[in-house]
Design a protein around this ligand. Structure first.
Ligand code: MG
Ligand code: ZN
Length: 225
């Protein structure tokens, strides 16, 4: 979101921007309240962001299967209309809550606050929040999570990282998924890693293939789990 560009359009637009900024500020405040609630119950939380089809749910399932004997895990699954993902993580062995956002293209901190109220946080150690499949606005709506993880897959082509700098700036971990298809897609994994590091030198990058079971240990290390 570039405010300056929009501000030069017309007076009517300026009002929209002010409303938007209030909304973002309210979201940030709710996000820090969420963090306090999670911290008070010793729940570590991970906001999983990425486009539809990048492999967010598969990665969450993969982590659940590996970690379910170590942590009590829950998932809040955001989706526009379906509950396919919530069902998939339930099958993998975690509690799950579905948030259907309707036309909403991201989760926000208020949705998480409401969903968290339905969970018995004292019975949970680790909470995955699968955001709506989208790499644009989830960057503007922090949820209060401890880790922001962004998933891109090589099947999305070579520009997914450089075209989404705002979300990469917010990412503690960038996962480059479906690396078993990198040659076929003619995508260079090293180039994607360089792109991510240029945008956010502090972000950790992990290359994975859920299908070929590659990179799971590195991902668990990167998430400090
Ligand atoms: Mg999914
Ligand atoms: Zn959105």
């Amino acid at each position: 979101m570039s405010n300056k560009e929009i501000l030069s359009v017309s007076e009517g637009e300026i009002l929209d921007i002010e409303i938007e900024e209030d909304l973002l500020k309210a979201n940030r405040e709710l996000a820090s309240a969420n963090r306090k609630i999670l911290d008070s119950c010793n729940v570590k939380s991970i906001n999983v962001m990425g486009s539809i089809g990048s492999g967010k749910t598969s990665i969450i399932q993969w982590l659940i299967k590996e970690l379910k004997n170590k942590y009590r895990i829950a998932v809040i699954a955001g989706d526009v209309t379906t509950d396919i993902d919530a069902e998939r993580v339930r099958e993998a062995g975690a509690k799950s809550i579905q948030i259907n956002t309707g036309r909403g293209c991201h989760l926000d901190a208020l949705m998480i606050r409401k969903a968290v109220k339905k969970l018995d946080l004292k019975q949970i150690d680790l909470l995955f929040i699968e955001n709506v499949g989208n790499l644009i606005c989830p960057a503007d709506f922090p949820l209060g999570t401890h880790i922001n993880m962004v998933v891109v897959s090589v099947t999305e082509g070579p520009y997914m990282i450089i075209k989404h700098p705002f979300i990469v700036k917010e990412a503690n971990v960038v996962v480059i998924n479906k690396i078993d298809l990198a040659d076929q897609m003619e995508v260079e994994i090293d180039k994607l890693v360089d792109d991510a590091k240029k945008i956010n030198p502090l972000t950790k990058t992990v290359a994975t293939s859920v299908k070929e079971n590659m990179g799971l240990k590195s991902l668990i290390n990167a998430l400090e789990l």
